[in-house]
Design a protein around this ligand. Structure first.
Ligand code: NAD
Length: 552
């Protein structure tokens, strides 16, 4: 049984009790593949988010993946290479059902030009972090992270609230679309610019954005009114951020918080330079990609220069993980890195304790299953301020897209405790169906990204990709259902390596074993990674939670 998907009618939302595969583990992964397309940005081209982040390499590959998931036995492992299934190995019932590697290119060859060439030849595809591994849940996937950043800023600079404060940002795409809602949840008046009117319309339609202003003057008047009344408000504006940021600076207006989440990582298929209309840029993607790259880089320089101006006038400015500083520096803006990265500036103490973006999806398709899990989270972690505050807010504000899902930043021991509790609710019939657990690849053990996750690590280990590779191997050894290793990032090559994991809680004892072992080893390794780098929070967590860290 599927339900209608008004956004993409050809991609219905999966759900219901009927199995098409030979077990819930296979069926669960199949539903997650269907779900990333149902909530994706451009599913007819298999694009889920982050400009080119795809769920499968091409349609024949997609068809073969669906066929394999539908027919495979529990003692087989499907092997996927950059979105294309290449083998169905005989393994055993405790082995992962799916292992995948997306967009990994050997060091010296890991360059944008080589990625684009391999992509054109149909040999590789960019899986984003969660697109290729079928873990994307729509804009909700990063919303708590963005909200927590805003709240850390509120605590440090504005007496604990962003009421009466102005946030300026850009990007209303798959991930960036979470910003207006996160800003409103934090109490702010938030203005988000996007060059594509269709994206703005979409975010308004699904309830992430309240109003779209017809022009900059109207937008600023709305923001000013909301600020003075200390009223939370999200305003969208169609335009190029590389024009609008400098114009706001020219008028002498200083927002309280400034960031950006345009698809600046991709100078061809993501960012639109101020010198081109959206249609012109789209046409040039095929006809003149090098020219487009050059113009995008030049625009990013203007865009980031305006961000630096706001910073020099007292605004809190940060990079929200889209490599905009990296491209600005390559374009000649030497001080682009005066802008801090969000991970180091606000979230590292959480990551050091392996507290990160954990999420779960109700495979039944029934929102009541998520409501019951919300209740369980509040019962188990009611005294955890961050978690209980978030669940209450999310219930009130966050609309579901696709399969009902929830994200919550949980740490070592908490993730497995929740998952085992949910597995029992599946077993005793409280929930209508099994539940899938996953996380963003941007997690303690899961990622090496020297310009985002691991910038300025205390021991200088920023660029060492051993950690996510070890994580993936540990997860395979711990009976996870799906394990993925991705590389890519900006320009899709050479910027990061990450590991992802998915588990299906189907109410069985075998699932309980898989959940406990995989989730604890994943977060345990995360804590070990930060303890190894010398973070005090991680060293404390090792002794407090008896994590098996070997200290030399
Ligand atoms: P997306 O491709 O879905 O959307 C990008 C948006 O940027 C589009 O709506 C596009 O119209 C807009 N845009 C491009 N150039 C513009 C310009 N000059 N002015 C105004 N708007 C412009 O991408 P997404 O999934 O929303 O991701 C956005 C960025 O965030 C990516 O670089 C991605 O890698 C990064 N990201 C960061 C995190 C994190 O944890 N902080 C998580 C996921 C993604």
């Amino acid at each position: 049984m599927t339900s209608a998907n008004p956004r993409h009618p050809d991609f219905p939302i999966p759900g219901g009790p009927k199995l098409r595969a030979k077990g819930w583990r296979q069926e669960g992964l199949l539903r997650l593949l269907e779900n990333v397309l149902a909530v994706g940005e451009d599913p007819s081209n298999l694009v889920v988010y982050a400009a080119l982040g795809r769920a499968a390499r091409n349609w024949p590959a997609h068809k073969a993946i669906v066929q394999a998931l539908t027919t495979m036995e529990e003692d087989q492992t499907l092997v996927i290479q950059s979105g294309k299934p290449v083998g169905l190995l005989r393994t055993h019932a405790k082995a992962p059902l799916v292992i995948m590697a997306n967009c990994n290119i050997v060091g010296q060859w890991a360059k944008a030009e080589i990625f684009y060439e391999l992509e054109r030849k149909g040999l590789i595809c960019w899986g984003g972090l969660t697109a290729g591994a079928w873990q994307y849940i729509g804009s909700q996937g990063v919303i708590q992270g963005t909200y927590e950043i805003f709240m850390r800023i509120a605590e440090r600079r504005f007496g604990g609230t962003l009421a009466g404060r102005f946030i300026l940002t850009a990007g209303l795409g798959g991930m960036g679309g979470s910003q207006p809602l996160a800003g409103r949840m934090a109490g702010a008046a938030i203005l988000t610019i996007d060059i594509d009117p269709e994206r703005a319309r979409k975010r308004k339609e699904i309830g992430y954005l309240e109003v779209i202003a017809p022009d900059l003057d109207t937008a600023l008047t709305m923001i000013e009114a909301a600020k003075s009344e200390r009223r939370a408000l999200s305003v969208g504006l169609v335009g190029n951020a590389a024009d609008i940021y400098p114009e706001i600076a020219r008028r002498g207006i200083v927002p309280d918080v400034v960031t950006d989440q345009t698809a600046a990582h991709d100078l061809v298929f993501g960012y639109v330079p101020r010198t081109r209309s959206l249609d012109e840029a789209r046409a040039m993607r095929k006809t003149a990609p090098e020219q487009l790259m050059e113009e995008s880089r030049a625009s990013i320089v203007d865009h980031v220069r305006a961000m630096l101006t706001f910073q020099s006038r007292g605004a809190e400015v940060f990079d929200n993980g889209n490599l905009i500083r990296t491209h600005a520096r390559e374009g000649g803006l030497a001080n682009a890195f005066d802008i801090p990265i969000f991970t180091e500036a606000y979230l590292r103490p959480l990551f050091a304790r392996a507290i990160g973006p954990f999420r779960w999806m109700a495979l039944s398709g029934d929102p009541k299953d998520i409501a019951a899990i919300d209740d369980l989270v509040l019962r188990l972690f009611g005294d955890n301020q961050i978690v209980s505050n978030w669940i209450k807010l999310a219930r009130q504000y966050v609309p579901f897209e696709g399969l009902p899902a929830r994200i919550a930043w949980l740490g070592h021991g908490e993730r497995s405790e929740l998952a085992l509790g949910v597995n029992e609710l599946v077993a005793d019939g409280t929930l209508k169906g099994p539940v899938a657990f996953s996380r963003d690849h941007l997690d303690a053990a899961g990622m090496a990204h020297p310009n985002i996750m691991t910038e300025n690590m205390r021991d200088g280990s920023d660029a060492i990709a051993d950690w996510p590779l070890l994580d993936a191997m540990a997860l395979c050894s711990s009976q996870a259902d799906l394990v993925a290793v991705h590389s890519g990032g900006g320009g899709y090559a050479g910027y990061m390596t990450s590991a992802g994991v998915t588990l299906i809680a189907d109410g069985t004892a075998a699932a309980a074993e898989r959940l406990a072992m995989s989730l604890d080893n994943d977060t345990g390794l995360g804590v070990i990674r930060y303890a190894d780098a010398g973070y005090g929070e991680a060293i404390d967590e090792v002794s407090l939670k008896h994590i098996p860290h070997i200290q030399l």
